[in-house]
Design a protein around this ligand. Structure first.
Ligand SMILES: Nc1nc2c(ncn2[C@@H]2O[C@H](COP(=O)(O)OP(=O)(O)OP(=O)(O)O)[C@@H](O)[C@H]2O)c(=O)[nH]1
Length: 338
């Protein structure tokens, strides 16, 4: 969001943004500060609504939420993405123009050929020589035009290859969680829509996962170590998902695995394997060489039989996880049927 404040106004907002961050118990990192500033500025309505929604649920504004909000509500459409689209537009326009030119010269040549044949076959030798000369000239011009088109095509091919690489970067920026490399909820929504479009009456199992007492890591070992642990747990979780499934980071210390065409009994078995795998993980601090506390996770199984909004899926999944937590954590629970 662009700001057009005087220095005095900007200073006042800066102080309010810092006070706001303190109230939210967040350090004044550049990303946190940008979100805090936009919040106190009061003009970024979607960002303010998202923050209020979270606070009304008595949830802490954690690193994951702030980063997601920053990307979604402040960065928005990145300039990079706009540039790629403009570049693609230019390539397409350029190719279009060249094709049009080439078509025009081909039809001109065909016209000349038709009228030329008559002149060439006439008894008048001078007339047929002139016609031949003219045809030769046109053929040379056409050849040149085609050569130019080929050159342009080659250049466009190279430019398209570069753009495809850049598009891949944008795809990662849009659909992957930067810390863990897992998919984000945007990708989750996209996959659910696609899967149900492919086979409308299929079943999709969801395994929701929450790290038990993760705040202990963030509070005791700081953001660097806890980020490493979070991303190692994410990698371990995704190692249990084959190509047909989708591992998603759906919140700070929260993940969802979507498994198409898997029933809840099979999903429960997979969840149990993940639980055991995480329980076996051991973390040692590379700074001090000390062993960090054991990590466990609580898991909840639910099932989808029709397309539904991601937030609804997440809410049901979280309820199943809450059951596992209430039953003592480090276990798998199944969502209750309504
Ligand atoms: N390092 C790091 N910590 C994060 C990130 N996102 C969220 N957290 C932390 O994860 C913790 C989640 O806390 P809670 O939601 O209370 O969950 P919990 O501590 O696992 O407690 P239970 O879910 O009840 O077991 C908070 O301390 C957050 O600061 C992140 O991206 N990096």
């Amino acid at each position: 969001m662009k700001h057009h404040d005087s220095i005095k106004q900007a200073n006042q907002k800066m102080n309010r943004a810092i006070a706001q961050l303190q109230q939210w118990q967040l350090p004044a990192t550049p990303v946190n500060y940008a979100v805090g500033y936009d919040y106190v500025d009061g003009k970024n309505a979607p960002l303010i609504a998202a923050i209020k929604r979270r606070l009304s649920r008595h949830k802490r504004l954690d690193a994951f939420f702030i980063e997601e909000s920053y990307r979604q509500y402040i960065l928005g459409q990145s300039k990079f993405r706009e540039e790629i689209v403009t570049d693609l537009d230019n390539i397409a326009a350029d190719l279009g123009q060249n094709c049009q030119r080439s078509c025009a010269s081909t039809s001109r040549f065909i016209g000349e050929l038709e009228s030329g044949v008559e002149a060439i076959t006439s008894a008048d030798q001078a007339k047929s020589a002139r016609a031949l000369q003219q045809l030769l000239k046109s053929a040379t011009a056409l050849k040149q035009q085609q050569r130019q088109l080929l050159k342009k095509l080659k250049k466009s091919q190279q430019q398209t290859a570069v753009l495809l690489d850049e598009l891949e970067e944008v795809r990662q920026e849009v659909y992957l969680d930067p810390l863990t490399g897992l998919f984000n909820t945007k990708a989750m929504a996209q996959h659910l829509e696609l899967w149900f479009k492919e086979i409308p009456d299929r079943k999709i199992a969801a395994i929701a996962i929450n790290i038990d007492h993760f705040f202990q890591y963030s509070d005791n070992f700081g953001p660097l170590i806890s980020d490493v642990i979070l991303s190692k747990i994410a990698t371990k979780i995704s190692s249990y998902v084959d190509k047909s499934g989708l591992p998603v980071r759906s919140g700070g210390d929260e993940f969802v695995i979507l498994l198409p065409d898997i029933n809840s009994t099979a999903a429960k078995e997979i969840a149990e394997k993940i639980r055991q795998g995480i329980e076996k993980l051991r973390f040692i601090s590379s700074q001090t060489g000390t062993r960090l506390p054991k990590t466990t996770i609580s898991l909840g199984i639910s099932e989808m039989t029709a397309p539904e909004p991601v937030q609804q899926v997440l809410m049901r999944s979280r309820k199943a996880v809450t059951r596992a937590q209430k039953d003592g954590r480090n276990r798998v629970a199944t969502a209750q049927e309504n």
